[in-house]
Design a protein around this ligand. Structure first.
Ligand code: GLA
Length: 385
């Protein structure tokens, strides 16, 4: 639930979370992804300050912090205490903008969000993007949105320490209402593809929260790098796991250590699935698209090993419901949410039954809700954006 913002600020920035329909753990392997910006977002009210400081109130945590924009490297507040976890995202963005030579003005701000935290819906990317577009609005500079996305990713990689790809920040900045974004993380080309009119996206939050997600995520990423380094000595033309064709993978996979081999197999097959899936979506073949979502979940469960019993239960239950076209865990995994494609006429029954059967099976309460593909981030009432 987001909180009510004070109306005394001059500007408001909005930045959505995202749900990824297909293409999981491929964005750091130069693959194609199919995310959707969602109708859950960060709301940030702000105004400039003349002093070089960020006064920040996080309504959802009922906390305030003041950060000097002249000493961001230290990751401390103005009293010399380590930054609270929530403040590292805005501070990281300010730091990344400065690294790129862009002016970061002092700012008074408060923010709230209804993107659930650590649930695979990119709550942190939404915070990063909200602050990035706010500083752009206050500064004497404008850069292309893709550049902003990359700077937010840089903050996440270098300041926060999670080696994430570009998908989340991209989706938050480039969302298109009622459309899936088909984003090539190598060329950075993208196109919106319409969601079929009679299909809805339903998110099911397992309420299991990721633990150690950062380190497990970074481990997956280095396994991919290891696979690439080994395969490169046999497949001279590859630059990323995206370039490995399934037949070539079968031929050379035995050179990889067993765990690394499983991780790489997921990536190689997922890249193939996404290309097929994007075409199915364009042709309106949502049945075939949904099947690939089920296949993706199995692969994340068995090969990439980022699922958990609760997410598996949600997918299993969903797969037995009438009108369910596809279901799988979404985002990095290790808990969080599943994404379900459901025929609109079955949406209500699906939601009720999935919640009830999940509780019966796991003893936990899931939050199951419809979600709509939304537009990307904006600053309201500010003409330059
Ligand atoms: C997280 C990362 C993304 C992406 C997904 C997995 O959301 O931030 O860059 O790697 O996990 O697909």
């Amino acid at each position: 639930m987001s909180q009510k913002l004070s109306s005394s600020y001059e500007y408001i920035a909005l930045a959505p979370g995202r749900v990824n329909l297909l293409g999981e753990h491929v964005d750091y392997n130069e693959g194609i992804v199919l995310p959707v910006a969602i109708d859950r977002k960060v709301k940030l009210s702000f105004q400039p300050l003349d002093e070089p400081v960020i006064h920040l109130r996080a309504l959802d945590f009922d906390q305030t912090v003041s950060i000097s924009i002249e000493h961001l490297d230290a990751q401390c507040d103005t009293g010399g205490h380590p930054l609270p976890a929530f403040a590292r995202y805005p501070a990281g963005v300010a730091w990344a903008l400065q690294q790129a030579g862009l002016e970061v003005r002092g700012m008074q701000a408060e923010y709230t969000s209804n993107v659930p935290i650590a649930a695979g819906l990119s709550s942190s990317a939404a915070v990063e993007v909200a602050f990035a577009i706010s500083w752009q609005a206050l500064g004497d500079w404008t850069i292309p949105r893709m550049q902003l996305a990359k700077l937010c990713q840089f903050a996440e990689n270098e300041y926060i320490g999670v080696q994430s790809g570009l998908m989340d920040q991209f989706a938050s900045l480039f969302g298109v209402k009622n459309h899936v974004l088909c984003f090539d993380t190598r060329s950075l080309a993208w196109e919106p593809i319409a969601l079929p009119a009679d299909t809805v996206i339903i998110i099911a939050d397992s309420q299991v929260r990721r633990t150690l997600a950062g380190s497990a995520y970074n481990e997956r990423r280095s396994a991919c790098q290891q696979a690439l380094d080994i395969l490169k000595s046999h497949l001279l033309k590859i630059n990323a796991l995206r370039d490995v064709l399934p037949d070539d993978f079968s031929q050379y996979a035995h050179y990889l250590p067993p765990v690394v081999r499983k991780r790489a197999q997921h990536v190689v097959e997922e890249c193939t699935r996404v290309e097929l899936a994007a075409n199915y979506l364009k042709q309106g073949n949502i049945l075939a698209f949904g099947q690939l979502m089920f296949d993706c979940h199995k692969s994340l469960r068995d090969l990439y090993e980022v699922s958990c019993p609760e997410l598996d239960a949600l997918v299993e239950i969903a797969s037995q419901q009438p009108g369910c076209l596809g279901a799988r865990l979404t985002g990095a995994g290790f808990g969080g949410c599943t994404v379900n494609l459901v025929k609109e006429e079955y949406a209500n029954d699906f939601t009720t039954r999935l919640s009830a059967e999940y509780t019966a099976k796991t003893g936990k309460d899931a939050q199951v809700y419809l979600c709509y593909a939304a537009a990307g981030a904006s600053v309201e009432g500010f003409e330059r954006l």
